[in-house]
Design a protein around this ligand. Sequence first.
Ligand code: FES
Length: 88
Amino acid sequence: MTWVITPKMQFYLHEDENLLDGLLRTGHEVNYQCREGYCGSCRIRKISSSHAVAYAVAPLAMIDEDEILPCCCRVQGVIHIDNELIIE
Ligand code: FES
């Protein structure tokens, strides 16, 4: 089970639910478009995570070291993300 901690709440991801869908299900506002790692519009800041964040396929979108793409990343354990979910 993967736990997600945001300043707003703590919740867990359902089986086969990605981080973007979990954030949207729990009422977080996150920009997104392609859902495939191309556009980068879903990027959010990761504060910490108990496991490394992985990608099945390396995303084409440019992201900083502390940013992740919730539409296509694979998370495990506990992940803590920033309150600035929408990054301009
Ligand atoms: S929605 Fe395009 S990279 Fe996530």
